[in-house]
Design a protein. Structure first.
Length: 186
């Protein structure tokens, strides 16, 4: 009987141990289920927030064709004002030059009856009558042509470029000599 009692107690202990193990596993499963529930709640909240964002009136971050046309018109207006300001500044500088008694930027050098004898890179293709001009700060081919036209020499930018075939209008430097043809001279 003692043996049976000991055996029964051993079985009770093993059963108790199995019950404790199963109880621990059940608690782990319940904890995992609780965490899964929290994750599901968080995902449902995120889904609800995204649904609200999609269904609400969103701020339009794209430009329409009308917006682009308006912007283009404004840019053109600003560019026109910039050009007008530039012209006004050039006139003021010219007036200041006249008042100070200095030589204006667009001076008219002596007539040259042959090709420029200066820089070989800017010599005209054929001998012709015209003027030698020394580039000054801020000069452009079109500004030089305009200055000569203002003085009665009817010359264009393209005529100046043809008379100076190796001249790069984007790389003018102060002191550079260029030839200004005079289409009216004979």
């Amino acid at each position: 009987m003692i043996f049976t009692t000991a055996l029964a107690r051993g079985q009770d202990a093993a059963t108790q141990q199995q019950l404790d193990k199963l109880s621990g596993q059940i608690q782990d499963i319940l904890a995992a289920q609780e965490q899964q529930g929290k994750r599901l709640d968080a995902l449902e909240k995120q889904l609800s927030d995204l649904t609200d964002k999609v269904n609400s009136a969103a701020v339009n971050t794209c430009a329409s064709a009308d917006d682009l046309k308006t912007l283009a018109a404004q840019v053109q207006e600003i560019d026109k004002k910039r050009q007008d300001d530039r012209d006004l500044i050039l006139k003021q500088i010219e007036n200041l030059g006249k008042v100070s008694g200095g030589v204006p930027v667009s001076h008219k050098p002596a007539v040259n009856t042959t090709a420029s004898g200066g820089d070989d890179t800017t010599a005209p293709a054929t001998p012709q009558k015209g003027y030698d001009y020394k580039v000054q700060a801020g000069d452009t081919i079109s500004a030089i042509a305009k200055a000569y036209r203002d003085q009665g020499v009817k010359v264009t930018s393209s005529q100046i470029l043809k008379a100076n075939p190796k001249l790069d209008p984007a790389k003018l430097y102060v002191g550079q000599k260029i030839f200004i043809p005079d289409p009216n001279a004979k």
